[in-house]
Write a protein that binds this ligand. Structure first.
Ligand code: NAP
Length: 411
């Protein structure tokens, strides 16, 4: 048996070579993703009794591994070393389609040969919170697979916990199946996980960054639930994409200029200008809808630049649900609207097993599209992250082929 196989060259099912091709970052090259991600030959990971090794066919590209390359706000390698892991590299990749190649002796969920997708919720199976049966995403041990854990899907073999594996959706290519789950499961939890503020038929949902990875799934999932998504973008060229993926209308944020932190409420002029901008934005939502209805859910992730407007625009008793602070974490909002109108500001992060399974099912049934924009070869992993950092990446979700040798396979 060879100890290293080329990409796409399959060892016999179940046979695990000692080494593999993988893209990794190291601390001495933290910085622009273009230079931080390098192809290396690394040891194939070993697995514990509750883990599986997946022969990766395709992977998705996510913003978290832009952060990993930059080494900020968290040095993921140092963070793991503090917890006792010895590796001085990070093999990223938080989305994956592939074939189960080896299983630990306690694994019951999957068997060798199963075609799977991998969701990125990782937690300590012995965590008392997890053992108690509560939502594991609220446990202290939760990590994002392929970001906070090593050996994600940018290697020929990925290491995952068995519960992360779900059947590959019906009729989808490796790249379609491998590109969507991190963003789709996050969007699903945000829109369907926080009862009673879940999308119901007719509900208006305001979606920031609607042509982005998360936003495109917010549009798709809102439509699948019978809601009405109003998309926000910065470029007219994104309008058609949003309408195709489920938006009932589109607002171009470039037509407004009141973004950023809320001015001091004692600054009458500054506050007045902000309030005018926020009201105009609210009216733009009504114009798109053709009726004076405010969003019952605001799907947030830009954070600092947009949260004051999100809080203002949200319907009485509605929810602003947020999973990131892409434009900054130091947020402001006018609390008077928040308490008087009894709105909810809900943080949300990734998803649990059930939520990931629910959105995979929606994809399997054809109710949610994987929003694959473009498929790239393995060696484009650095450039894909660079374009994401520069907000120059194609709309929706990018996929990279790992062991799949050409697009279109796996159906
Ligand atoms: P993406 O594909 O790059 O999309 C982000 C979108 O944000 C862009 O399309 C852009 O759209 C919009 N945007 C950029 N600057 C903006 C601004 N100043 N105001 C309003 N909108 C702005 O990224 P993504 O995959 O959707 O991820 C978005 C964020 O969520 C990232 O920070 C990512 O790390 C985070 N995330 C968190 C989780 C979690 O579980 N916590 C999961 C997935 C992603 P326009 O320029 O067209 O407006």
């Amino acid at each position: 048996m060879a100890d290293l196989y080329d990409l796409g060259e399959r060892p016999p099912l179940g046979v695990v070579p000692e080494r593999m091709h993988a893209f990794a970052v190291r601390q001495d090259r933290f910085g622009p993703p273009r230079d931080a991600w390098k192809r290396e030959i690394l040891p194939t990971p070993t697995i514990k009794s509750d883990e599986v090794l997946v022969y990766v066919m395709a992977s998705g590209i996510n913003f978290n591994n832009v952060w990993a390359a930059l080494g900020e706000p968290v040095d993921v390698i140092a963070a793991r070393q503090r917890q006792g892991e010895v590796e001085d590299f990070h093999v990223g990749g938080s989305d994956c389609s592939g074939i189960v190649w080896a299983v630990g002796d306690k694994v019951q969920e999957v068997t060798v040969g199963d075609e799977v997708v991998v969701h990125s919720g990782w937690w300590d199976p012995d965590d008392p919170w997890v053992l108690s049966g509560k939502d594991p995403m609220l446990s202290e041990s939760t990590k994002i697979w392929g970001y906070q854990t090593n050996y994600g899907s940018y290697g020929q073999f990925a290491r995952a916990q068995a519960h992360q594996c779900l059947p590959k959706p019906n009729g989808r290519t490796w790249e379609e199946a491998g590109c969507f789950l991190l963003c789709a499961s996050t969007a699903y939890r945000m829109l369907c996980g926080w009862a009673p503020n879940v999308v119901e038929p007719g509900d208006v949902v305001l979606v920031w960054g609607a042509a982005g990875g998360l936003g495109s799934f917010a549009l798709e999932i809102t439509r699948a639930c019978g809601g009405r998504a109003v998309a926000v973008v910065s470029d007219e060229a994104k309008r058609e994409f949003c309408l195709e993926h489920g938006a009932v209308g589109v607002i171009n944020r470039r037509e407004f200029d009141h973004w950023g932190p809320l001015p001091d409420t004692d600054d009458a002029e500054g506050y007045g200008a902000w309030a005018k901008g926020a009201r105009e934005f609210g009216k733009a939502i009504w114009t798109v809808l053709g009726e004076k209805t405010n969003p019952r859910i605001v799907f947030e992730h830009p954070g600092e630049a947009t949260l004051p407007t999100s809080g203002f625009a949200c319907e009485t008793g509605g929810m602003v649900v947020i999973c990131a602070g892409t434009t900054g974490y130091n947020v402001t909002m006018d609390l008077r609207y928040h308490w008087m109108r009894q709105k909810r500001l809900q943080g949300s992060h990734l998803s649990n097993d059930e939520q990931a399974a629910a959105v995979v099912e929606l994809v399997s049934e054809g109710k949610v599209d994987p929003c694959l924009s473009q498929t790239y070869p393995f060696d484009d992993i650095p450039e894909c992250h660079q374009s994401m950092l520069e907000n120059q990446h194609p709309y929706g979700n990018m996929a990279v082929l790992v062991n799949a040798t050409k697009p279109g396979g796996g159906v």
